[in-house]
Design a protein around this ligand. Structure first.
Ligand SMILES: Nc1ncnc2c1ncn2[C@@H]1O[C@H](COP(=O)(O)OP(=O)(O)OP(=O)(O)O)[C@@H](O)[C@H]1O
Length: 507
């Protein structure tokens, strides 16, 4: 019995094969994970299914429940019962949640639209799925996690997902642990009603938590399909990388004692009070559920958002960055979580994107030479394993994870004193994650301080010397050494009530 079958699926972009004759099938009622390194072709496969890309000519037939459907046609995919949550969510920033939920479906009013009625209806749809969100808010004003939940509700609502296939491309990349649990409960519910799910992720713990089977792509080829029950973590990593991975978290240098970054009584947005210090060579993590204020710390420190009060000192000197340009000059590097909106420039080359914050001219007139810029950018592309390794490639042609690696490479090149990173490895494959952690160790060993907000608690505990938990806008706990574990961090994140000043351990 098969639900979805693809045969001999190929896709070529400008002479580059992204998929090579992929045969792939899913059985009804299963949760099937599609895995592979960055650039291995997962999103391309999904975009062909969704009708966003046409496949190469002469591909074999695709079927759902034995019935052929036309690949490369959005209407045919919808008709066949396929529903999608894409990596970029496919929502419209300028519209409200109400209007985004109506996209591709319909409003309630048949002859005229009543804003109040549509809003009430959208609000009740959100609460039906347990999503606590004001439906009237413009999408652009929501955090990444809330946007993802909006896209998920839109895909689930009003479609007989149990009859078709629900396809999710890295839905948890910007979700906190609590949102992820919420999403998984929704997916298990879909499965219990007979639904079939195709799920792309780089978080291998999710595979063991959720999936029945996995399929692995490598350089556009289908290399394996396995039952999850017969796999362990190392074997799965080996299937994805084509080699064993020695160590995901490389041994870190011991932090120094000098203070690199000091933050005192920082307030702004949802953040009510945040104080901490980060030492030279230290890596400090910040975690919190969505809406806790954790996501606000780095933009406030960097000057990307205006703080209400508080002081930031860099190497002992008070700094008051008025603009991101100011912050860069002062030695702060910032990789925002939402790199789609705040990161690179899509129609620029990798060379231009990497050299953007600090353009190095040569000679007395500071001439900019393409060749010199390329030579300057390439070692950083290599350090975090960007594919393609071509400084002249356009950013828009890179896979999601490779775009993220370019943003990291950009800041590694700047030789910054303090790195402010939001979900630095979101969407990055397990091999490249290890390369990014090694690069962070290297900048730390050279004396930089790292402050990172992450939704991946294993990463927080594996990479950071110390993890600060934010709850209700305040520091609830700081965990390090033997007190630092995923369970302890999660426990502090989910504890109810505002943290009291006495309980919070400020360091
Ligand atoms: N529109 C495009 N134009 C040119 N090349 C593209 C385009 N989209 C994808 N590619 C290339 O196709 C290959 C597969 O990319 P794809 O996005 O499918 O990878 P992926 O497995 O989803 O990666 P990730 O895990 O990073 O999301 C990559 O080499 C990518 O650079």
């Amino acid at each position: 019995m098969t639900k979805l079958v693809l045969q001999g699926l190929s896709k070529t972009f400008q002479g580059q094969r992204a998929l090579h004759a992929v045969d792939f099938e899913i059985t009804p009622g299963e949760i099937h994970c599609l895995l592979g390194q960055n650039g291995s072709g997962k999103s391309t496969l999904i975009k062909i299914l969704a009708g966003y890309h046409a496949p190469d000519p002469a591909c074999g037939p695709a079927t759902v429940d034995g019935r052929p459907f036309e690949l490369g046609s959005a209407a045919a995919a919808h008709e066949a019962g396929l529903r999608f949550i894409h990596q970029d969510l496919a929502l419209i920033d300028d519209l409200s949640v109400v209007d985004n939920l109506a996209l591709g479906g319909s409003y309630q009013g048949r002859f005229w639209l009543s804003d109040r009625r549509e809003r009430r209806r959208a609000q009740s749809i959100l609460s039906e799925y347990g999503v606590d969100l004001d439906a009237g808010r413009p999408l652009a004003s929501l955090g990444a996690a809330q946007q993802t939940m909006t896209a998920i509700v839109r895909a689930l609502h009003g479609s007989d997902v149990e009859k078709g296939v629900l396809v999710l491309d890295e839905p948890t990349a910007s979700l906190t642990a609590k949102d992820k649990d919420h999403l998984f409960a929704m997916l298990r519910d879909v499965k219990s009603r007979g639904g079939t799910i195709l799920y792309v992720t780089h978080r291998l713990s999710e595979v063991f938590e959720l999936a029945d089977r996995v399929s692995v792509l490598h350089d556009g080829r289908h290399v394996a399909t396995r039952d999850v029950a017969g796999l362990d973590h190392d074997r799965l990593v080996e299937l994805i990388l084509g080699r064993p991975l020695e160590q995901l978290y490389p041994v870190a240098p011991t932090p120094g004692t000098d203070v690199a970054l000091e933050i005192r009584d920082l307030r702004g947005g949802l953040l009510k009070d945040f104080s901490s210090t980060v030492h030279v060579g230290e890596k400090v993590g910040i975690v919190g559920v969505a809406g806790s204020g954790a996501e606000q710390v780095l933009p406030l420190v960097f000057g990307a958002e205006k703080k209400k009060s508080g002081e930031v000192r860099l190497m002992g000197e008070p700094v008051e960055p008025r603009s991101p340009k100011d912050s860069v000059r002062l030695g702060l590097a910032y990789v925002p979580g939402d790199t789609k909106r705040l990161g690179g420039i899509s129609d620029w080359t990798l060379r231009e994107n990497i050299t953007l914050p600090k353009i190095a001219g040569r000679g007395p007139l500071r001439w900019l030479g393409k060749r010199q810029e390329s030579a300057d950018a390439t070692p950083f592309l290599d350090q975090v394993e960007v594919k393609p390794r071509d400084p002249e490639a356009l950013l828009s042609f890179l896979s999601g994870g490779n775009k993220q690696k370019v943003m990291i490479a950009r800041w590694l090149r700047c030789g910054s004193k303090v790195f402010l990173l939001e979900d630095p490895t979101a969407g990055v494959d397990v091999g490249a994650k290890s390369a990014i952690y090694a690069a962070l160790n290297q900048v730390a060993a050279e004396g930089a301080a790292v402050l990172m907000v992450t939704s991946d608690l294993e990463e927080a505990c594996g990479v950071c010397d110390r993890v600060i938990v934010i709850r209700d806008g305040r520091v609830a706990a700081t965990l390090s050494d033997e007190r630092l574990s995923v369970d302890a961090v999660l426990g502090e994140m989910l504890r109810s009530g505002e943290p009291s000043a006495e309980r919070a351990t400020h360091v």
